[in-house]
Design a protein around this ligand. Structure first.
Ligand SMILES: Cc1cc2nc3c(=O)[nH]c(=O)nc-3n(C[C@H](O)[C@H](O)[C@H](O)COP(=O)(O)O)c2cc1C
Length: 358
């Protein structure tokens, strides 16, 4: 019985979205981060092992392709319970050097009829130091560190913030994401422009290559880039020989929404996620894969609600998938169901996984 979708979500969805996020995360942190809680989550929600969905990427063993997108567990408080719910990797952050409160509330909104969210959180997070204390206990779960700049740091000094985050997190995460695509930090997306982008990537790569064992570095981009801007990004990625891209972040575009226009306008500014961003993100994945060739890893994110959505992005050229909004709408069985669908599709010959990394 679809307990979550039929009974729990309708109840939760009558309450303020950020409050519910806080309740759920507090429940996972306080109630399910212990041995008994972990046993319970695994028993009910952990997916089976699907050897044909496994991949080895950057020497890391991904038990299947679907991970949790950045923003859900910004402060690395829920790595164990989220892994027990079946995600094959967890991206923490966006973390900034110093903790910050983010924008004024309310700042997270549901648009149920479109299976979407709008957020203008503004990188609320507890900062590097607290996250590191928690990451020290993460065990062997694959964790990505999504990093950004503090709101008060001007763009000309942004590189220093990213560098600080990189150096501090280096021993504790498995890959890094340079987030230059949140619409909720004023001016941040200007860092996607050719010159500042190249400077940012090269500075981090220099710090990375001075380490004994450099870690993969990815760039997370917005879905609102024009073809022109995408071409610039492709050029920078090629010049810098970056390990990969995450496509995409939330969109500022509202044209894909069917909800009442006045209601949407009354929400105001913010990044839109979920179903309405799915096609655009898949388009960008395809464009990037065509231009970049087979080598760089593409993590596809945006509107993945089930196995079919994930397969579409893999077909477009993604190697791994992430989800946030789909998890909110589908609930704790999200991964279990999505993998069943992917496995069924593979076994029945509905799709073949051509770009699987082994
Ligand atoms: C409430 C909320 C907060 C988010 N915070 C971040 C963030 O801090 N850093 C980031 O890179 N992406 C953030 N995202 C974007 C997601 O990681 C993802 O790229 C986007 O929501 C599209 O995927 P989805 O349709 O599966 O949600 C956030 C998304 C939501 C809904």
């Amino acid at each position: 019985m679809p307990l979550y979708k039929k009974f729990i979500a309708p109840l939760l969805f009558t309450q303020d979205a950020e409050k519910v996020h806080h309740w759920i995360t507090a429940l996972l942190e306080k109630g399910f981060s212990n041995t008994l809680g972990s046993f319970f989550l695994k028993l009910i929600y952990s997916p089976k092992d699907y050897p044909e969905l496994r991949q080895s990427i950057w020497g890391l063993d991904f038990r299947h392709p679907i991970g949790l997108a950045a923003g859900f567990d910004k402060d690395a408080k829920l790595i164990q319970p989220l892994s027990d719910l079946g995600f094959s990797f967890i991206e923490i952050g966006t973390l900034t050097p110093v903790g910050q409160a983010g924008n004024e509330k309310p700042r997270l909104f549901r648009i149920k009829e479109d299976q979407a969210l709008i957020n203008r959180m503004g990188f609320n997070n507890g900062g590097l130091e607290d996250a590191i204390q928690r990451l020290k206990k993460k065990g062997n779960i694959i964790v990505g560190g999504n990093i950004g700049k503090n709101k008060v740091t001007p763009n000309e000094e942004a590189v220093n913030d990213y560098l600080r985050c990189f150096n501090a997190l280096y021993p504790f995460v498995d890959y890094f994401v340079l987030n230059v695509s949140s619409p909720n930090t004023p001016g941040l997306r200007a860092l996607q422009d050719k010159e500042p982008l190249q400077k940012l990537i090269q500075t981090i790569q220099k710090a990375n290559s001075s380490r004994n064992k450099p870690k993969p570095i990815l760039l997370k981009i917005a879905p609102d880039l024009s073809r022109f801007e995408l071409d610039d990004i492709v050029e920078v990625l090629q010049i810098c020989n970056l390990d990969g891209v995450i496509a995409t972040n939330t969109t500022i575009d509202r044209t894909q929404l069917s909800a009442d226009k006045r209601m949407v306008e009354s929400i105001g500014l913010g990044g839109l996620s979920g179903r309405p961003v799915a096609n655009r993100s898949t388009e960008i994945i395809k464009y990037l894969r065509d231009k970049l060739g087979p080598k760089p890893i593409i993590i596809g994110v945006g509107g993945v609600f089930n196995g079919r959505d994930a397969i579409q992005k893999i077909h477009a050229g993604a190697n791994l998938i992430q989800a946030y909004t789909g998890f909110v709408y589908e609930g704790p069985k999200f991964i279990k169901k999505a993998l069943q669908e992917m496995d069924y599709g593979l076994k029945s010959g509905h799709w073949t996984w051509k770009n699987r990394r082994q």
